[in-house]
Structure formats: C-alpha cells, structure tokens
Design a protein around this ligand. Structure first.
Ligand SMILES: [Fe+2]
Length: 300
C-alpha cells in the first residue's frame, strides 16, 4: 500500500485546515491541464473578471491585466515547476526563481494569498466524466486558538456555477477565480475533444504534462511505480513547496470560491471585523520553514 506523500501541507504541524469539495461534471484532466496554462490567469482571471465586474457595476473590483513576458516549465521529482515573468518584472522576481507547482498527476499547489499559508487543489477522477475536486487549505493558528483536532477539520461544499432559468450563469458566481475556473473546465464538455484543439506556444506546459502522463503510463505498463508513489518511509521525505507571491492584483478581489463557502473562514472574517488589530495577511517568513511532523525527515 503506498504511503501518504509527505507533501508539506499534508503533514505540516501547527496549522488550521479546512477542505472544500465540488463535484465537476467533466473529466479530471480538463482541470489539471488548466493548471499548466499560466496565461489563462491573464485572460480568464483578469480580462474576463473585468467584464464580469462591468456587468455587476463594480468597477472597484476590476483588476489590472499584466501580460506575461515569459513562461517556463521545469520537470522536477514531484511534477512540474511553473514559472512566469510578467511585464515590468524580471527573472530575479520569485515568480520566476521560485514559481509554483503542479504535482503529478492531479495536484495544484497554490500559494499564500490572503491569510492562507497555502493550499492544494486535488482532482480525483470519479469516472470519465465526473471529478471530485478538493480545495485543501492550511491557515496559521491564531493567538489563543486551540489546536485543531483531525475530526474538527471542517468540510464544505462548493457549488458548480450553473445556468439559471434564463439559461445564463449568474455573474455573482463568476466573480472569483475559483468559479471562473470551474466553468472553464466543464464547458469544454464532459470530455474535451482534443482532436479539434489547436495548441500554441503558450500551451507548452500542457504538452509537457501530457508527455509526463504518457511516460508514467508506460512505467505502470512495465510494472513500475509512477511519479509520486512512495512505499519506503526512507524516501518519503518532507518536501516544502514554497511558492511565489502573487503578482496578480488581489487587493479588491472577491473572496475566492476556494474559501468563500468555508465555515471556518466565515467565522474568522467575522472575528477580524470585531478585532481589527488581528492581522489577516501573512508574510513570506510566516509561510516558509513551518515545522514538518516529527517522523518526517527534512528534504535536502
Ligand atoms: Fe484559474
């Protein structure tokens, strides 16, 4: 039986966790391939967001679209590191030097936006046309807050933005990256028809991911374990996936789908209103170097 991978957020101590769930009416690979397409942030989460905000008469929620000057992808032992340079930034910036991660075969590692230490989006195929999609997030423990027991980790449902009686998907369900992503995934159809796609230069990450999938399928065919299957505790070492700080304007953004429906986060937002001195934003130094569980060994 394989071991639970010692990915940082799965085994980190002294954090508060929650988990959201949405059942996607489409194949899992549509969500995962989206992870390998950095440019979609520019168009779906900036340009389209601004269209939605225009429809909602919320110009204060508009974002500045910063074009990508460069994207890069590196295979590493756990999947692919995605890198980007936005116009006005440089290769010295952590969006290039650090990047963030697609973990093979079905994880996205998201970073420390807002008060979140980090999160995983995990896409588990239920069958060819349905996917159990999990938003697993970790947050810092606040002063005075009790240690969270595993049985107290809240689970919450995330709705699929769906057409209303008039056949339109309500704008309010499309005002955050999470809702936009869900719609972008499932409107490709239950299984996207790749025979009519036209991949371009910005799809290099998707092409690379498909090669990784092919390689690992061949491994399984030859009786070998694919990437990220761990059976020996000695090799299942703690691995920290430090992520870039977001360069996409977030300050006025809507509360994202991944946390909007979380009872834990709703309670924390309420508490913050009555305790304005409690800082909700965390800093890089709060995120990195959090202690792994005692039985895990620090990765070199
Ligand atoms: Fe997205």
């Amino acid at each position: 039986m394989p071991l639970l991978p010692a990915f940082d957020l799965l085994v980190m101590q002294d954090v508060v966790r929650d988990a959201g769930y949405v059942e996607l009416p489409c194949n899992w690979l549509q969500a995962q391939e989206n992870t390998l397409d950095p440019i979609h942030v520019e168009w779906l989460h900036c340009h389209f967001t601004n269209y939605v905000m225009e429809k909602m008469d919320r110009p204060d929620m508009m974002r500045r679209r910063i074009p990508h000057a460069k994207i890069g992808f590196d295979v590493f032992p756990y999947g692919v590191i995605k890198r980007r340079v936005l116009e006005g930034a440089s290769e010295e910036d952590d969006a290039w030097t650090v990047g963030h991660y697609a973990l093979f075969p079905n994880y996205l590692r998201v970073g420390s936006e807002g008060n979140r230490i980090g999160g995983f989006q995990i896409r588990v195929p239920m069958d060819d046309t349905h996917t159990a999609h999990w938003y697993y997030n970790c947050y810092p423990v606040k002063p005075g807050e009790a240690q969270q027991r595993p049985e107290d980790i809240p689970m919450f449902r995330v709705p699929v933005p769906a057409p209303n009686e008039e056949g339109y998907i309500p704008w309010e369900t499309l005002d955050s990256a999470g809702g936009q992503d869900i719609v972008a995934w499932y409107t490709q159809g239950p299984v996207a028809d790749r025979t009519i796609e036209n991949l371009g230069r910005s799809d290099r990450g998707i092409i690379l991911w498909r090669r990784l999938l092919e390689e690992n399928i061949r491994k399984i065919e030859h009786g070998l374990d694919p990437m990220n299957v761990f059976r020996d505790p000695a090799t299942n070492v703690y691995h920290e996936f430090a992520t870039e700080r977001s360069r996409i304007q977030q300050s006025n953004a809507s509360i994202d789908t991944s946390v909007r429906y979380s009872p834990l986060q709703a309670a924390r937002r309420e508490a913050a209103k009555s305790s304005p001195r409690v800082a909700l934003l965390i800093k890089d130094e709060d995120v990195r170097g959090l202690a792994p569980m005692a039985e895990c060994v620090e990765s070199p």
